[in-house]
Design a protein around this ligand. Sequence first.
Ligand SMILES: NC(=O)c1ccc[n+]([C@@H]2O[C@H](COP(=O)([O-])OP(=O)(O)OC[C@H]3O[C@@H](n4cnc5c(N)ncnc54)[C@H](OP(=O)(O)O)[C@@H]3O)[C@@H](O)[C@H]2O)c1
Length: 297
Amino acid sequence: MNIGIAGTGRMGAAIAQRLLTLGHRVTVWNRTPEKAAALASDGAIVAADVADLVQACDVVITILTDAKAIDDLYAGAAGLLAGNVKGKTFIEMSTVRPETERALDARVRARGASLIECPVGGTVGPARDGKLLGLVGGADADVERMRPLLESLCRRVEHLGPIGAGAAGKLAINLPLMIYWQALGEALALVQPIGIDPTRLVELLADTSGGPNVLKTRGKAIAEELASAYAGPVTFDVDSMRKDLVAMIAEGNALGVEMPLSARTLACFDDAAREGLGAKDCAVIPARWARKVARNH
Ligand SMILES: NC(=O)c1ccc[n+]([C@@H]2O[C@H](COP(=O)([O-])OP(=O)(O)OC[C@H]3O[C@@H](n4cnc5c(N)ncnc54)[C@H](OP(=O)(O)O)[C@@H]3O)[C@@H](O)[C@H]2O)c1
């Protein structure tokens, strides 16, 4: 199977590396060409343009910033759907609202191709290791055809229903996590005056009923940020967290449900972005709140 990846940002690049490790023929394209070119040394074929990529592949994976990015990349004279895509499969993995995936599905089907969505839980490391959580939406036959590929990327593949179901599932699994990052900051503020060693503190919190998995997977980064400043690679940035919260609140509103905690969390993250932290790793969020205590005393 010839696999294409259009959009080799943090997640797209990690997924490309995973597929290359497994011996697949992988063609890549990215709006900012340097990011796609960097994958050549891992064995990827770098497409000259979007048309080149589509022509070379049976399956095209996209994992992009947001709904606008999906629109920009799929639509238009130079878009993914511009040429002959009959019989091809697109796997859309971005975190967006269900309505975005449903609108894309109609466009893709009108061109004689098929779409499945598979937004994912897990970050760059799990993507490189094939340990993502795949929340899939799509027609049964399309999903089953793509299942071996999805299973090579994910530790668990959950087919939740038709197109839109995966997007809804992804927003749902991320919501408590978004709120947790802020809640952790408030918890850390309470113990800030005690002066516990950050590594010990994070390990202690991880060993409690209130400690989610993220304390184990990102605990080191959180402790480093608490101690001074996390200097490792950005996995998921504050602006992406804000984008997710905006989507969650809009989806809740569309369903007629209030989202008071999500709205308040978004306001806190908006403040962080105004302070210039938008491009920083999410580990900055709890540390930012804990540091307020030091400033107030
Ligand atoms: N990072 C994570 O831990 C994580 C985990 C799970 C899910 N996700 C989701 O995965 C998606 C990608 O996240 P990421 O962290 O990989 O982001 P990223 O590193 O910022 O990559 C975003 C990708 O989208 C492309 N893009 C943005 N706007 C575009 C446009 N108008 N036209 C064409 N391409 C465009 C970017 O191209 P350029 O390079 O040219 O900007 C880049 O390839 C997001 O929906 C995110 O919520 C992320």
